[in-house]
Design a protein around this ligand. Structure first.
Ligand code: DAH
Length: 328
């Protein structure tokens, strides 16, 4: 019997079979366990010899099962190691990684630049009252400047989709008093669609109101900024006299494009006293300047993108080419 059991233990094919054998021999009702229990019914002499024999068998079976168990476990591990091999020489699958849109990049870069010279950032709503989009900015109801904005009006309401970020000048200055420097980037809307216009686009408003601010501060700020942005310390700039109802004097800024061409990049001027008064600011004490720039225009010039419509077609192949892995 001993040989038979040992034979069975040794030929067990897996851990489950081996454990069944352990239960049959050494379990609660196992063969050996029963024999050990039966010892009590024997005469003392017989109990001694039989007991020794059975305990020796118990030790033999226990160690055989343990040994077999270790060898089966090693076998199983070996099998897993050969079957579950990973080929680390395989090239990685191309990952789907997102890119930051060039407009996000331009807004982040410009915001970072101006925040280093003391500008705060204020975000504003896309829907504005005509009061804030026009009137408070000194653009009265029948002024031609209002017509030139191709405004999206909201039916049955006094509100419009903001045509520029300039209403943020009013919102901010009614809440926060000078001295103050701030930026307000965001979406703007006009009913227009061609290679250089989309109905939704982005502007960045900039405002500085402090005592003794003059046109020289405006020029210096804009010139330094444009030379930094376009990474050209010798970039040519031209301040062209212009008109905006909310600034006086006003200018449009062109940058020289090597080939003798000038390209307009922003509008600016000294804050109109009426606009300051509309925000409850005493223009005899505080002066300031403001500028408004088109983010798409800046991105197109810097990154050589020539059709604005591509920005908003949502083509991920285009974004793969023109997007950025990081914008900080
Ligand atoms: N809001 C003007 C526009 O959309 C741009 C502009 C011009 C903003 C002059 C300004 C400014 O702050 O001073 O055409």
């Amino acid at each position: 019997m001993q040989q038979e059991w040992l034979q069975q233990i040794n030929s067990a094919q897996d851990l489950k079979v081996l454990d069944e054998l352990r239960v049959q021999l050494l379990g609660k009702n196992g063969l050996i366990t029963q024999q050990l229990k039966a010892l009590g019914t024997l005469a003392p002499e017989e109990r001694k010899t039989k007991g020794a024999q059975i305990n020796a068998l118990k030790d033999l079976f226990t160690s055989s099962i343990d040994e077999k168990k270790i060898s089966l476990e090693q076998q199983a591990l070996k099998l897993r190691l050969t079957n579950e091999k990973i080929d680390i020489t395989l090239p990685p699958r191309p990952e789907m990684v997102g890119k930051f849109h060039p407009i996000s990049k331009v807004i982040a870069d410009i915001t970072k630049y101006f925040s280093q010279i003391g500008f705060q950032v204020f975000d504003g709503p896309h829907i504005e009252t005509q009061e804030l989009n026009f009137d408070a900015l000194n653009i009265p109801a029948h002024h031609p400047a209002r017509q030139s904005h191709d405004t999206f009006y909201i039916e049955g309401s006094d509100e419009v989709l903001r045509t520029h970020t300039s209403p943020m000048e009013i919102r901010t200055l009614r809440k926060h008093k000078p001295p103050i420097r701030f930026l307000s980037p965001g979406r703007t809307f006009r009913s227009d669609y061609d290679a250089t216009h989309t109905p939704m686009f982005h502007q960045m408003e900039g405002v500085v109101i402090e005592e003794g601010i003059n046109f020289g501060h405006l020029k210096g700020t804009i010139i330094d900024f444009c030379r930094w942005f376009f990474e050209d310390p010798n970039l040519k700039l031209r301040f062209r006299p212009s008109f905006f109802p909310f600034t006086e004097p006003s200018a449009e800024v062109d940058i020289g494009w090597g080939n003798g061409k000038w390209l307009e990049v922003l509008g600016c001027g000294m804050m109109h006293p009426t606009v300051l008064a509309n925000c409850g600011i005493d223009s005899t004490k505080y002066q300031g300047f403001a500028f408004g720039m088109g983010m798409e225009r800046f991105a197109m010039l810097k990154y050589g993108i020539n059709d604005i419509r591509a920005f908003y077609e949502g083509d991920t192949r285009w974004l793969d080419m023109h997007g950025f892995g990081s914008i900080t």
